[in-house]
Design a protein. Structure first.
Length: 317
């Protein structure tokens, strides 16, 4: 397992991994790594250019091995897996035999839990199909993997140089065992066929799952915020059940985050550009009353996008 520390930056999401900062540029279909500490003059250590049409939307440190990255690629319908190099700090190698492709789904974000049998579970929210794919992660041990590192970039005061090389390392990349696909996002109510898209997904207490559904306007004219529950015992047929359909208190809930103490959820509504703070019961996961709604910046335009894109709970110092 890599021993150095890195910062993971993706559309405002922060995490930890190995030696460098990883930043997913979904607009340019690329994955980049940066050496720490980040500075104004920081340049990518590695740029992995993906196929035309790819749209990597998030990147996660695999919680099982902590030695790889999992990247939902919304544009190519692929869940990509990259090994974090130990002998070549700052570089990633794709593990193509580990990746999974699901046509028409549009994998956007993922959340992870431990089930009753201590298995690491991954839940992937799909934007295009409005479903959740469930996987069980397996640690298959180290495997010798060779790959093209992409563009390794260095910078002098005059010119910028690019070089490519092929490296081989013993990497630990998890395999993704498909369990099931959950379709009943709104319980018994059908999801609108047009204009509704799953946004963020988060997990809490190894039991509660939450997803935002943008574009429904089905709760008091607002979009949807949904509580799901994972199975309390291992059930390969029904690992997720619908619990409650609630209010996002705004338009187009692109992002949300649960407070560190589990008592609140901050919901970021993109087009109404407000952050709704909702009280949460940490024992049963139920969402209760709206505590506050805070306007942030200018509202977004559905035709031109814009508005609020991310919300993160700060830490007390």
């Amino acid at each position: 397992m890599p021993t150095s520390e890195f910062l993971l930056l993706c559309l405002g999401l922060v995490g930890k991994g190995n030696g460098n900062a990883d930043y997913v540029r979904s607009g340019s279909s690329a994955i980049q790594t940066f050496a720490l500490p980040l500075q104004n003059q920081s340049q990518p250590t590695q740029t992995i250019t993906l196929d035309k049409g790819s749209k990597p939307h998030a990147v996660y440190v695999d919680p099982l091995t902590k030695s790889s990255l999992i990247v939902p690629d919304l544009g190519s319908d692929t869940i990509r897996v990259y090994g974090i190099c130990d002998k070549n700090p700052g570089l990633l190698i794709e593990c193509p035999q580990k990746q999974r492709t699901w046509q028409g789904r549009g994998p956007r974000h993922a959340a992870f839990t431990r089930d009753a049998s201590n298995n690491t579970m991954m839940y992937v929210a799909n934007e295009n199909s409005n479903t959740i794919l469930t996987f069980r992660l397996h640690n298959d041990g180290k495997t010798k993997v060779s790959g093209d590192t992409g563009d390794k970039q260095t910078r002098s005061s005059i010119v910028r140089r690019y070089a490519r090389k092929t490296i081989t390392e013993d990497l630990t990349c998890p395999s993704l065992e498909f369990v099931t696909e959950f379709e009943n996002i709104l319980g018994e109510d059908p999801v609108p066929k047009k204009g509704a898209y799953l946004g963020e997904i988060r997990a809490a207490n190894n039991r509660d799952l939450y997803v935002s559904l943008r574009g429904t306007k089905s709760v008091s004219g607002h979009d949807s915020f949904i509580q799901l529950c994972t199975a309390s015992t291992e059930d390969t047929l029904k690992p997720i059940r619908h619990v409650r359909h609630t209010d996002s208190y705004g338009e187009f809930p692109r992002t949300f985050e649960i407070s560190p103490d589990g008592h609140y959820v901050a919901i970021g509504n993109q087009y109404s550009s407000n952050v709704a703070i909702v009280r949460r019961d940490p024992f049963n996961g139920r969402l209760h009353r709206l505590v506050a709604s805070i306007p942030v910046g200018e509202t977004g335009d559905p035709k031109q996008d814009g508005g609020l894109s991310s919300v993160v709970w700060g830490k007390k110092h």
